[in-house]
Design a protein around this ligand. Sequence first.
Ligand SMILES: [Zn+2]
Ligand SMILES: [Zn+2]
Length: 306
Amino acid sequence: MSVSPVQPDPSVIGGVPKAPFALMPKLARLFNDRASRFEALAQSSHLAAYLNFLAGITRIQSELVSALPPPEPVRADRVERARANAMPPIDRAAMGSSPDCREVLRQFFEKAEALEKPAAASEALAQVRTADEEMLTWMIGNVMADDLPVESLAHHLYVAAAMQIHAARLAAGLDGSRLVPIRVGVCPACGGRPVASMVIGFHGAEGARYASCSCCATMWNEVRVKCLACGSTKGIGYRAVETGDEEATVKAEVCDTCNSWMKILYQNKNPSLDVVADDVASLGLDLLMKDTEYKRAGFDPFLMGY
Ligand SMILES: [Zn+2]
Ligand SMILES: [Zn+2]
């Protein structure tokens, strides 16, 4: 019997593990962990009612993501063509009209009925559930364009949450190693915009930063100090809400080149941070930044209108 020599790990270069470019969503945990985080944050927040409502929304996402039959996967030749042309393989324009996607929407809206919510949110849901094809297509189009009309944010929240389920299921079926960078601030899987970025703490990529897609939950690697709106690495600064002696685990990365800002979360300092739940719960930072000349670049359908 011969013993093969130990092969060096190809992802380790010069003793430092190389962070993978893309991390695909893990469906079994993504929404479940997020719902738990919303619930935990609600316990000590003045936004408790809203955070608990979003915990309920996220629990439904968690149920449906595994309960439904798998969606038709993105075809391999499409993935390779997208890779060759530096395009995202998921067809953003078409995904909302697939029968798989419409079934997710229908079931999500039905389950959302049971959530405790204010009258306005109930009324919005009733209108979404009974929307005709033209209206539904319009709302899906707004969500896919990351452009939600202020007068119907409550309606779009449900559509966006349902689309997140479908998009995450499509993304989870992709091989992350076949994805390539598209442009700054653009998801390499679906072309969506990031909610925020996160410095992660897990093994093999400690201290690496990942932007997190607001639509399909794919995370992609970015250098630590860089504006994710315009790509500048110069004129970058950090702001945070005063937290006494402790260093803030959510900061605003501000860019003097394009005058925008995006949240950066330090999951390496607090492993329970979730990019969406902690984005909503750190609304205080948005209020602080509102009084500055910088414009929010992170996109989160759960945190619109503030
Ligand atoms: Zn995406
Ligand atoms: Zn910038």
